[in-house]
Design a protein around this ligand. Structure first.
Ligand SMILES: [Fe+2]
Length: 243
């Protein structure tokens, strides 16, 4: 399992080095806003993707972990608290995105393809013999770890404006979704989402031999590719500033 951890850490490092994320501080304000506005559509698709995953899971413990994570997106049963997506919009406004821009922005073809590819990835995982391992690995890597990496990068630019105490969404998700533990050592008392999911992923990897390791690597590679495809659409913005 150590080998898979190293494999995963290498993918994480690769994502962190994506030119758009690595140079996020150098982009003009309007390009940074455009990224946040497009990224919002991926966040809006996050909960339906989770629901699809839940539809496909058969592992009772994995299901319970996924249901809890999904419900945490909607705190408060009385309608007096914002959902995480509303928190995101609030952070975006504080970063200077206008309501006008939010209202008028539509997903680009590239963003739409990324959303489609995400649903495809999860749906395809459900068709395999080892669907529980695949679906849980996707939720952990696509839905938590890579999000944490991404928001960690975006945070470099947001921090002076939002501050750690002032951010409702980006900073908290950067912290909360991170890979805190290696696969083999994560336990259910972990508070982070990635590490809670890791308990079941590690269990299936332990039982599944080389076939399971191959499935894990395949879905993690595909998860990363989807994330990279999203940011590749902003490479021209970097070229415009000469990077
Ligand atoms: Fe999370």
């Amino acid at each position: 399992m150590q080998e898979l951890d190293l494999f995963e850490d290498e993918l994480i490092a690769q994502y962190r080095r994506h030119p758009v994320l690595a140079n996020i501080a150098l982009l003009p304000d309007e390009d940074f806003a455009a990224i946040l506005l497009q990224r919002r559509f991926l966040s809006l698709a996050f909960t339906p993707a989770y629901d699809l995953a839940i539809d496909l899971l058969r592992d009772e413990e994995g299901l319970r972990i996924a249901r809890v994570i999904l419900r945490e997106e909607y705190p408060g049963g009385d309608g007096d608290r914002r959902s995480h997506r509303e928190d995101m919009t609030a952070d975006m406004y504080r970063l200077g995105v206008s309501r006008e821009a939010l209202v008028h922005t539509r997903p680009t073809p590239a963003t739409k393809r990324v959303i489609d590819a995400t649903f495809d990835l999860i749906a395809d995982a459900g068709t395999h013999e080892d669907s529980d391992l695949r679906v849980l690995s996707i939720l952990r890597f696509w839905g938590e770890i890579l999000v944490s990496v991404e928001y960690g990068r975006l945070w470099e630019r947001m921090e002076p404006v939002l501050t750690q105490d002032g951010s409702r969404f980006y900073y908290l998700h950067h912290l909360h979704d991170a890979k805190g533990e290696a696969l083999a050592t994560a336990d259910l008392l972990a508070t982070g989402h990635a590490d809670r999911l890791a308990t079941r992923v590690a269990r299936f990897l332990g039982d599944g031999g080389e076939g399971a390791a191959d499935s894990f690597r395949e879905v993690e590679r595909r998860s990363l590719q989807i994330k990279v495809d999203f940011y590749d659409q902003f490479l021209p913005a970097l070229e415009r500033v000469g990077i």
